[in-house]
Design a binder for this molecule. Structure first.
Ligand code: TLP
Length: 345
């Protein structure tokens, strides 16, 4: 097999032919004046799919989370987030540095925050404390394994948020994976959040872009905050056109990525590797080598690269494989064979 099998992330997906055609033909205008018809169409479409009043096109998931957090909070407010959340660890401290809020990391189980953790970390109006204003939840949860929040837990977190008058922001970079995994409409999940960010660039295959959805007032304010962080988009309709194609045609097929991830996970377990199968719920597989393995995780990654299989450098010996558009069943079989060879050398 010649082509590279890139399992580093679903962010490596490239636009489909249909997206490229739509991009070439996109009607555009200056978004600053509210005149880009394609961006407007994408924002309305995203809002509709998520059952929200309005949408806002932003350049990335990171910007979407930041702008949403800025919009829900004032400087010095406290924001509860799961201790391995992307917006806590992987956004370069932007919530603290730019939004000026205090992240309050709490433990999670498979990425899910228990309502009691919210209660334990709540701070009121004492002059000493940051006022807790917001809970950020991540669905699917990346570092927990691409795990999906069960609907029952979404109900519980909403209840506790309402009890303490907190808003909920959903980092739904992969919210469509969550919806497909649960077999529910994306709006059913989004309904538990006051705002949601999702990415067009992950399993949906777009070259760039994310959306925030929320109520109209929230989005008006979010647009101001997007401006503050340099996110005005001018003739961004060229990219939004790909986003519309993605929302129309790339959501259902995520189920294939989930099936491929499960096949990969089962194959890895058969090879004696440590995978928490309970955590394999969407398009990710995290794996660790057993202590008795002759090869180290870094050596395995290097060996696989020689076979044309790319994965990221392991973090604390944990390796991540991500399935996505362009990765097929035959690539999973090939990858498993290559791993078997590497382990037996
Ligand atoms: N995740 C990327 C890397 O940054 C780790 C990946 O390869 O998985 N929320 C979640 C849950 C994410 O996984 C990511 C990206 C983001 C937000 C940020 O999105 P972008 O990359 O568009 O800023």
């Amino acid at each position: 097999m010649q082509a590279i099998i890139d399992l580093r992330s679903d962010t490596v997906t490239e636009p489909t032919e249909a997206m490229r055609r739509a991009m070439a033909q996109a009607k555009v205008g200056d978004d600053y004046y509210g005149e880009d018809p394609t961006i407007k169409r994408l924002e309305a479409f995203a809002a509709e799919i998520l059952g929200k009043e309005a949408g806002l096109f932003v350049t990335s998931g990171t910007m979407g989370n930041l702008v949403s957090i800025m919009t829900h909070t004032q400087r010095s407010d406290g924001v509860i987030m799961e201790e391995n959340a992307h917006c806590y660890h992987n956004e370069n401290g932007n919530t603290a540095v730019i939004a000026g809020v205090l992240p309050l990391p709490v433990p999670g189980k498979l990425g899910v925050i228990h309502p009691e953790s919210v209660v334990d970390n709540m701070r009121g109006s004492e002059v000493l404390h940051s006022r807790t204003r917001l809970i950020c939840i991540e669905n699917t949860h990346n570092v927990a394994g691409g795990t999906v929040w069960p609907l029952a837990d979404l109900i519980s977190i909403r209840e506790v948020a309402d009890r303490f008058n907190l808003a909920i922001h959903i980092d739904g970079a992969r919210v469509f994976n969550a919806a497909v995994a649960l077999g529910v409409a994306p709006a059913k999940i989004a309904n538990f959040g006051d705002s949601v960010t999702f990415c067009l660039t992950k399993g949906l295959g777009c070259p760039y872009g994310s959306l925030i959805a929320g109520d109209s007032e929230f989005i008006i304010e979010a647009r101001r905050n997007r401006q503050m962080v340099g996110g005005g988009l001018r003739q961004g309709g060229v990219v939004a056109a790909a986003g519309i194609v993605a929302l129309e045609s790339m959501i259902k097929r995520l189920a294939e990525d989930h099936n491929n991830a499960k096949a990969l996970a089962n194959g890895l377990v058969e090879l004696g590797l440590k995978v928490d199968l309970e955590a394999v719920q969407s398009n990710m597989v995290y794996v660790e080598l057993s202590g008795s393995s002759k090869i180290s995780p870094v050596e395995l990654v290097q060996q696989l690269r020689k076979d044309g299989i790319w994965i990221n450098t392991p973090f604390k010996s944990r390796m991540r494989f991500v399935t996505h558009y362009g990765v097929e069943e035959k690539h999973i079989t090939y990858t498993l064979k290559a791993i078997e060879r590497a382990l037996s050398n």
